[in-house]
Design a protein around this ligand. Structure first.
Ligand code: URA
Length: 200
């Protein structure tokens, strides 16, 4: 492809990784994107959230979860004392997506795109070394757990990604369409909180 080899990506520091993503032309999403969306948050945040892919607003602004789903996510995080941009690392969340570029008209990511983009997310996780990862929605779950199971069957227990505790929950865009499910996502955040506190 037109990207760096996996082995090279795995050696990049934050600056190198950010620049590589900004210039990535490994799949065709580079042709329609306005901005790459790398990720946001403290580089040693204890919490990490992995979403799906940038939408229209994220593509405009170059930042993850800034649209309607992001507003819901931020308010859920705030309600348990977490933030994407302030506070000590224990209270900060690094937010990234499985895909760094917006799929046209927000269509689903395709398997080749997910495979091309995976080393970037992997390297972000290695650099951050979060205490807990929250995978939101089926594409984040497929990427990190290599599982095709439904969210409803995977949530409610602690999984692992390369040794890091991983909690599965619904995507906030899904919650906006299915408000009663918010209670379950709330439980999932509480499970993540107790996982972090038990490990500390
Ligand atoms: N949905 C996602 O999964 N990620 C974003 O950044 C925005 C919406």
């Amino acid at each position: 492809g037109r990207g760096l080899p996996r082995g090279t990506i795995a050696t990049l520091d934050w600056t190198g990784l950010r620049e590589t993503v900004a210039q990535c032309r490994a799949c065709t999403l580079c042709e329609s994107r306005k901005h790459t969306v790398f990720g946001v948050g403290h580089e040693r945040a204890h919490w990490m959230i992995v979403g799906e892919a940038p939408g229209e607003q994220e593509d405009e602004q170059g930042e993850p979860f800034v649209g309607a789903a992001g507003k819901l996510l931020d308010s859920m995080l705030r309600s348990i004392g977490l933030s994407r941009d302030e506070g000590p690392p224990e209270r900060q969340v690094y937010i990234a997506n499985t895909l760094k570029c917006r799929p046209p008209r927000n269509r689903n990511p395709d398997p080749a795109e997910l495979a091309q983009c995976e080393p970037y997310l992997q390297r972000q996780i290695e650099l951050i070394q979060p205490r807990v990862i929250i995978a939101m929605g089926r594409f984040a779950v497929q990427q990190l757990l290599q599982s095709q199971e439904a969210i409803g069957r995977l949530r409610g227990r602690v999984h692992r990604y390369q040794g890091v505790p991983l909690i599965v929950t619904y995507h906030p865009a899904y919650l906006l369409r299915n408000l009663p499910e918010k209670a379950k996502s709330w439980e999932d955040l509480c499970l993540a909180l107790s996982t972090v506190e038990t490990a500390a």
